[in-house]
Design a protein around this ligand. Structure first.
Ligand SMILES: [Zn+2]
Length: 105
């Protein structure tokens, strides 16, 4: 697969990675479209501190489920999906509850 990677502040590279697989507890999404937002632009320049060199860019994305790992229910290959790119460790979920971009349930 190809990914747009922040090689260094002010430079993006298209990098080839091995095709991912859905591990246990994961959903693999075949990305169809990804937007570029202001956060990405400021990350590209290094102005906001939210991106570091080596990161794959683009966090507003949509695609279809390509595979589901063990223990996943409610998703099936071919289903159109988007993602919430904010990842919170399960142990910290209570502390994050109610914050912007964090689902309260
Ligand atoms: Zn954004």
């Amino acid at each position: 697969m190809k990914a747009l990677v922040l090689a260094e502040f002010g430079r993006l590279d298209v990098v080839e990675y091995p095709d991912p697989v859905a591990a246990s507890g994961e959903v693999l999404v075949a990305i169809a479209h990804t937007g570029i937002c202001g956060t990405d632009l400021h990350g590209y320049t290094g102005a906001n501190g939210r991106r570091v060199p080596g990161m794959v860019m683009g966090h507003e994305t949509a695609g279809v489920v390509a595979a589901v790992g063990d223990g996943i229910s409610g998703f099936a290959p071919g289903q159109v999906v988007t993602v919430n790119p904010v990842v919170v460790p399960t142990d910290d979920a209570q502390a994050w509850r109610g914050r912007e971009q964090q689902h309260p349930g």
